[in-house]
Design a protein around this ligand. Structure first.
Ligand SMILES: [Fe+2]
Ligand SMILES: [Fe+2]
Length: 243
């Protein structure tokens, strides 16, 4: 773990403060607000400690707090906003005087943070797992549900997240890189996605059939093939970044 950076280079604190301000004033939505980013950072710290990883903590912290920030306008579901935040933060890091390696590590970690994207740094493996793990947070789903009920989040947006999360359930566990995240996700999967709480939300959006389908015990051949493919990718990525 690199803890010397702040002594040698510029401080990351002003940029963390800026991310927090942006996330408070103009978050994508209630699923991607400041609380989500704080939870992701907490998950990162837990993973690094449990797995005793040698990562650049400043770079990881910046990536955790900026990964779902939008730098202009309002958010529509797309992959474009990741490019926007990467361009913006890259300029900022150069301006403040961070070295090229640090900037590249941070930006590429953000660029490839999404589920099943190809990780390019060890920090990316940590961020991907930390981010996915917050998809297994009852607190986060309850918050989004309350926001929808009080008219602060659109039904179609929440329905999209519910549908996507349900569709991912049969193979998402296979995508976790670390023992600790697999263990926690496994426990929470039964509690959240296989329980009454999520069934209620799914029913509200006419997704009961999907909920029942993913909760069947046996995997279809297609899903099993996907799980196998993800397991192979995971082994390859672990070997690349953890040996
Ligand atoms: Fe994201
Ligand atoms: Fe996220």
């Amino acid at each position: 773990m690199d803890s010397d950076r702040t002594k040698k280079g510029p401080s990351i604190d002003p940029l963390i403060a800026e991310a927090k301000q942006r996330l408070s004033e103009n978050p994508k939505d209630y699923m991607h607000d400041l609380l989500h980013h704080e939870a992701v950072w907490k998950n990162c710290l837990m993973i690094v400690e449990e797995e005793k990883l040698d990562v650049d903590m400043d770079s990881l912290k910046l990536a955790a707090f900026w990964h779902d920030v939008i730098v202009d306008g309002t958010y529509e579901i797309s992959r474009e906003e990741v490019k926007g935040v990467c361009d913006y933060l890259s300029d900022k890091l150069n301006e403040v005087g961070f070295d090229n390696d640090f900037t590249k590590r941070t930006i590429e970690t953000i660029r490839h943070h999404e589920f099943l994207d190809q990780p390019v740094t060890l920090e990316c493996l940590v961020l991907q797992d930390a981010d996915k793990l917050d998809g297994f947070s009852k607190d986060r789903w309850s918050r989004a549900y309350r926001a929808y009920k009080s008219g602060k989040m659109s039904g179609s947006r929440l329905a999209f997240y519910v549908k996507t999360s349900l569709e991912w359930q049969p193979f998402i566990l296979a995508s976790f890189y670390f023992d600790i995240t697999i263990k926690i996700a496994e426990e929470r999967q039964s509690e959240i996605f296989k329980g009454d709480f999520f069934r209620g939300i799914a029913e509200e959006f006419d997704l009961k059939n999907l909920y029942l389908k993913i909760n069947k015990d046996s995997l279809t051949k297609d899903i099993q093939a996907k799980v196998d493919k993800i397991e192979i990718r995971k082994k390859r990525n672990r070997a690349r970044f953890l040996s």
